[in-house]
Design a protein around this ligand. Structure first.
Ligand code: SUG
Length: 449
């Protein structure tokens, strides 16, 4: 019998990690806008999380950062001349354009793609669709390189679709709005697509303050492309109250693994109907649904602790553990819930590991945002680039690369200086060699006239 594993792919945090306040509706991004960032510490924190998951015996891989600054974005926006001239002109028009061109947001690979394992699809193939991230300028630019990268990483083992057409109608945020339920990783699963906006159902009951990022039409397009049987694909609308509290992605208000769903009272618009549908689709496997009430954890504390953005992982003995952000240890309410779940005999969670990913958290990205889950047969791991497989050696190599090339801190004004790009070009050239990914950044140059 084929044995399946769930591979954790983590985004290596890039050297331009900074706080630009570019994500309207993302409370952490708006709160920390224009504060000083610490790229070196950010990347080391990300690597330490990979190390912790790797030590749990879970297959862990690394996703290289996207090339930044993205000079092509500034060119496309109509700025020309040398890179310094482009920076100057764009800054004069709107500094947010410059900040977008430097954005390290590709670190949040939960937004890189939607993944349907072969056991769920009609053609028995692993399907991946890169997210178009159409809702924000700084993230929209990720789609093209993500598509290229996914083809390069998974071309031999998966059908890699192009991103959905960019634009409001098909706005897609990838795995952050997708959950998969199955008795074991290799069993046929039920895939749940969570949307914030349905452009066909008329206005009136959407969020009032913040934009919804994922559309129902995008979910439907992915279900069709991935050849998911209709009875195994469920659509559910995110609760507008959650979006208005700063919950722009489902993975900030619900978490799932195997047959376990842990969700906030305000995660879904029609939670009862959704749960009934999910139970039926999953049968004979039995859903363990754990509701967190507003009383137990108010929405604002769900957002500040990022409890639901923990990684819920299956260990080799079949039990589950949680990798939670350090902020949950400090939230009395979140910690109480975690302790309760570990103690409960009807919830198969045996341990909680608290990890510090504060630099990412301050931009709205917790442990689960930093990783993409890909279920695949254990035997096909050999088709993945071995140089990206996390190990103690790779941890040491990448930590040393970060120590060598990353700045300790970045201020908003540092992004006005083209010289920073030269430093990064050296760093990325070194990374291509370390990761054995020749030509990965071949199309990336900021130094050409
Ligand atoms: O898209 N933050 C990201 C955080 C992504 C979180 N991902 C998941 N929940 N899966 C976003 O809002 C902030 C960038 C800045 O402001 O500098 C940012 O893009």
């Amino acid at each position: 019998m084929t044995s399946y594993v769930e591979v954790q792919w983590d985004g290596l945090i890039g050297p331009t990690h900074h706080y630009a306040g570019l994500s309207h509706g993302n409370v952490a991004s708006e709160t920390h806008a224009l504060s000083v960032s610490h790229p070196r510490q950010a990347a080391l924190q990300g690597l330490q999380k990979m190390q912790a998951v790797h030590r749990l015996g879970i297959p862990q891989y690394v996703v290289p950062p996207h090339p930044r600054p993205n000079r092509a974005l500034l060119t496309a926006l109509g700025f020309d001349g040398s890179f310094q001239q482009q920076l100057n002109a764009a800054w004069a028009k709107d500094p947010a354009l410059v900040r977008a061109a430097w954005s390290a947001s590709s670190m949040w690979v939960a937004n890189m793609a939607t993944v349907s394992p072969a056991s769920d699809t009609a053609d028995d193939a692993l399907h991946l669709t890169p997210a178009n991230l159409a809702s924000t300028l700084h993230r929209r630019q990720e789609a093209e390189f993500s598509h290229y990268l996914l083809q390069r990483l998974f071309g031999d083992v998966a059908v890699v679709h192009p991103p959905l057409a960019s634009g409001e109608a098909l706005a897609d945020e990838g795995a952050a709005n997708h959950m998969r339920f199955a008795a074991t990783h290799g069993d046929p699963g039920v895939e749940v697509f969570v949307y914030g906006r349905d452009d066909t159902d008329g206005a009136g009951d959407g969020p009032e303050h913040y934009p919804a990022r994922q559309t129902r039409a995008a979910c439907e397009a992915i279900i069709a492309a991935h050849q998911l049987p209709p009875e195994q694909a469920i659509l559910v609308r995110q609760h507008p109250r959650a979006i208005d509290a700063g919950v722009f992605h489902n993975d900030v208000i619900a978490m799932s693994n195997g047959t376990v769903l842990i969700y906030h009272e305000y995660a879904f618009a029609d939670a009862e109907i959704f749960l009934d549908t999910l139970r039926q689709a999953l049968a004979p496997a039995v859903l363990t649904a754990v509701q967190v009430t507003e009383e137990a954890l108010p929405l604002d504390e769900a957002v500040s602790s990022y409890l639901f953005n923990s990684q819920l992982l299956t260990l080799s003995d079949g039990s589950m553990c949680i990798v939670a952000p350090e902020e949950c240890r400090r939230s009395v309410a979140a910690k109480r819930l975690l302790d309760r779940w570990v103690a409960a005999s009807d919830i198969p969670i045996s341990a909680v590991h608290y990890l510090d990913v504060r630099e990412s958290m301050q931009n709205g990205g917790g442990p689960a945002c930093l990783r993409l889950r890909v279920v695949m047969p254990e035997a096909s791991l050999v088709s993945l680039p071995p140089s990206l497989a996390f190990s103690d050696e790779l941890h040491a190599v990448l930590s040393s690369w970060v120590e060598t090339h990353y700045r300790e801190s970045l201020t908003p004004d540092d992004l006005r200086d083209a010289a920073l790009a030269d430093e990064i070009q050296v760093a990325l050239a070194a990374l291509e060699t370390l990761l054995d990914m020749p030509g990965l950044y071949a199309d990336f140059s900021v130094s050409a006239p």
